[in-house]
Design a protein around this ligand. Sequence first.
Ligand code: MN
Length: 286
Amino acid sequence: MKICRFDDNRLGLVRGDMVHDVTKALDLLPAARWPLPQGDLLIANLAKLKPEIEKLAKAAPGKPVASVRLLSPVANPTKIIGAPINYKDHVEESKKDQGIAYGRVLKSIGEFGLFLKANSALVGPSEGVALRFPDRRNDHEAELAVIIGRSGTRIAKADALSYIAAYAIGLDMTVRGPEVPSFRKSIDTYAVLGPWLVTADEIADPDNLDFELKVGGETRQKSNTRYLDFGVARLIEFASEFYTLHPGDIIMTGTPAGVAPVAPGDTMVVTMQGIGEMYVAVRAAS
Ligand code: MN
């Protein structure tokens, strides 16, 4: 099942090139009041909503998905987790290019650990990326994004995949520089999630997905998640050794070689096997 959030927070079921408005399924969500429970309400209740979404979609006329404004399919994660240096070829390009490494000694993800991106950076593809420092190097990082479905801590690798609700394409946008990654990668709009979420049952093996990022028709990044150093299950195990994962938490699993600058006016096109194609425009922040 492919589920999107679109226009004015409508809920959509995506089938082929069409989106069916199933917003009424949100009536099944429990009423929430302060203090809000940890985690995204929709993702936490996704299994409960699925039959209703299917039912509503049958009666909902579709409209072209290209005609709607796609927002982040996760609205309220408790955290966005980033996996640095998780593809060998990206580690190698970073060692050769001080425009990426800035004098840092790159070891391994196991030694470096994970970083967090601010939740306020999260946008959907139609919101685009706004460069706050257009005079600095702003790179795209195309990544598989994993969306956690239920709370868990100290999750064993063998159980890890059962904690996944869905997958999406992630863009871990990055301004290069000497600051710590969590700061440089947390600029508003620097965490793009989309174009929709694909429920976990549709992806047999998240560690074997082809993906590609193009800018202006030119291929910049092209890889497969089989080249991840820490694969998806190990990332969940590793993250949850340190903190509890909640429904809607997003893990951006890392980026392969080919990271490169974008400029206002560019459009990034990212495709991922089993998920789809995502268009993200770049502009200067006003
Ligand atoms: Mn990254």
